[in-house]
Design a protein around this ligand. Structure first.
Ligand SMILES: Nc1ncnc2c1ncn2[C@@H]1O[C@H](COP(=O)(O)OP(=O)(O)OP(=O)(O)O)[C@@H](O)[C@H]1O
Length: 257
């Protein structure tokens, strides 16, 4: 069976391109994926995946642990290369560098090497102001010059979100981007992401948060999409039922902004 190999950001993954199917392209900021099988050597994870995401959609990807959310998000991010900012599942910060430098990293590719070296040693006023502004959005401006490794898990996650905000690309791919935050903070952060990025594709675990911030909900079960519906047509219990979550509306909190 012919297969094309590709290398997403951190894991080797393949897709089945039999019958001419495979990853298809992209118009504007839309993403289209049409693939029979997606997975890793020796393991198929996603099957019969046909997914189109239109510009402006805010898609919550849900499902049990191991259902394939990260695999799908890796694929979306790879297809949106150059147009997407990423909040990975682990904050992926350089712990010894300051919060400033970790956020500024989002824009390294938009500057010369010389400029980046200068900024590493002595950040310019304009760069500091720009990074401080996005940190302010996630409540971390006072921590700007602290080493990232000194921050709590939730603060590090917010630094990762600030880096994506600073990146400023039209699509935001977030793998559980508010998992370490309380529901109020999580809701505020999702609202910031929605305000900055035209299109959101977010793995989320909390049905109430998903319905408050997404326009569309996808639920994966063992690598297949078992629910794909407008958020406004769903109640938290519908989402929970689709993937068998024990408690609908896990937070018990209304996170609507
Ligand atoms: N690098 C890899 N090599 C082989 N199998 C992998 C690899 N990464 C993930 N898998 C497998 O793919 C399946 C889906 O994993 P994935 O990380 O996409 O799930 P998930 O829904 O994001 O889970 P979680 O909610 O726990 O993060 C799992 O069975 C997992 O064991």
């Amino acid at each position: 069976m012919p297969r094309s190999r590709w290398s997403p950001r951190r894991r080797a993954c393949w897709i089945d391109t039999a019958s001419g199917r495979g990853l298809r392209s992209v118009t504007g900021t839309a993403i289209r994926i049409d693939a029979a099988e997606i997975g890793y050597p020796g393991r198929t994870v996603l099957r019969d995946l046909a997914l189109t995401i239109a510009p402006g959609e805010r898609v919550a990807v849900m499902g049990r642990s191991g259902s394939g959310k990260t695999t799908l998000l890796d694929l979306v991010y790879a297809r949106a290369a150059g147009r997407a900012a990423l909040v990975p599942q682990q904050a992926a910060l350089v712990r010894r560098l300051s919060v400033f430098h970790n956020v500024h990293m989002a824009r390294l590719d938009r500057h010369s090497t010389l400029f980046n070296l200068k900024t590493l040693v002595r950040p310019g006023r304009r760069e500091v102001a720009a990074v401080r502004a996005v940190l302010d959005e996630v409540g971390l401006a006072p921590e700007i010059f602290r080493p990232a490794g000194d921050l709590s898990g939730g603060q590090q996650q917010r630094v990762s979100v600030a880096r994506a905000l600073h990146d400023g690309r039209p699509i935001l791919v977030g793998d559980e981007p508010v998992s370490a935050l309380d529901p109020v903070q999580g809701s505020a952060v999702l609202a910031r992401l929605a305000a900055r990025h035209e299109t959101l594709v977010l793995a989320l675990h909390d049905p109430a948060l998903a319905l408050a911030h997404a326009t569309r909900v996808l639920v994966l079960d063992r690598g297949r999409i078992v629910l794909d519906a407008p958020a406004r047509s769903l109640a938290p219990a519908d989402v929970a039922a689709a993937y068998g979550a024990a408690e609908p509306g896990a937070s018990g909190h209304d996170p609507r902004p």
